[in-house]
Design a protein around this ligand. Structure first.
Ligand SMILES: [Zn+2]
Length: 225
């Protein structure tokens, strides 16, 4: 599995996931469709599916244009409000793209129909990956806009918190520095926060220049551990 991390809009991430044997590709949260198709064309892959984490415009605004440019594309998500949706997914549902397995994890809190996608490949040394939208970012999470804090807590601690600790998290926004700066104000003596903030400050200058990185060596993902 190869993941292309594509920085879009002010601080969003759009992703292109490539099954390296079949050259099938799946996109996550399409905001800028022409750019996505350019990258898919350069990679020589066949884009078949869009996985959408939630209905907010900065995660779905490209769906209609993408379907217009590439008719027949499957647009999946858990919320009827997602633009150009062709298939509504349920919690726990599993999908497969060649060797890539996808488990759909409903994570209400930010929105009532927020879905995270947990991906893994059988017999592959790469760790599994989580595409977390606005449910979980590096050192933070999205506002709970449509559900209670208790539901969000359940989503973060039970649904996502019990995934394997080596899982790599690909989030919907680049908020790492601001999240950690806030965390340091709240907990000035927390050594984990201090160390992660130093890590982010070093990488912060690189993020603008490295939108596409191979496998797991990237600045925009972190682990659950
Ligand atoms: Zn959102």
């Amino acid at each position: 599995m190869k993941v292309k991390v594509i920085s879009v809009l002010e601080d969003n991430y759009m992703y292109l996931i490539i099954e390296e044997h079949t050259r099938e590709a799946v996109a996550v949260d399409v905001a800028v469709p022409k750019r996505l198709l350019e990258i898919a064309g350069r990679e020589g892959v066949s884009l078949t599916t869009v996985l959408t984490t939630h209905h907010h415009w900065d995660h779905t605004r490209g769906n209609a244009e993408l379907v217009h440019l590439q008719p027949g594309l499957a647009v999946m998500g858990a919320d009827e409000r997602i633009c150009a949706l062709t298939r509504r997914l349920a919690h726990g549902e599993e999908l497969q793209f060649g060797a890539i397995h996808v488990r759909c994890l409903l994570t209400p809190g930010h929105t009532s129909g927020h879905m995270c996608y947990f991906l893994w490949e059988d017999e592959c040394p790469d760790p599994p990956a989580l595409f977390s939208g606005d449910a979980l970012s590096v050192a933070g999470c999205g506002w709970h806009l449509e559900d209670t804090a208790q539901q969000m807590y359940q989503s973060l601690t039970k649904t996502l918190g019990t995934l394997p600790p080596q899982t790599k998290v690909f989030c919907g926004h680049e908020h790492t520095l601001s999240n950690l700066e806030f965390a340091q104000k709240v907990e000035p003596c927390n050594n984990h926060v201090r160390a992660k903030l130093s890590w982010a400050q070093v990488r912060g200058t690189m993020m603008t220049y490295l939108p596409c990185l191979r496998h797991w060596a990237r600045s925009s993902c972190t682990t659950l551990s």
